[in-house]
Write a protein of this length. Sequence first.
Length: 77
Amino acid sequence: MDVSLIICTRDRCQQLARCLESVRRITFDRPWELIIVDNGSTDETAAVVREFIRTANVRAIYLFEPTPGKSNGLNTH
């Protein structure tokens, strides 16, 4: 994979849905992937991500990191 775009989010499912619609329009000549890290959300974030992955034309990975904090989210495996 040449490029990985990482989005880390927590309890912002409506903003995430709008962000993912923008991501859907990205065109790039090289292989890339989207990594979405859910940093302990309690809203509908997981459902928004599942729907995006189901319909996306880019490789997308969903990770859940229950420990709060952006650094924890960005460093999850």
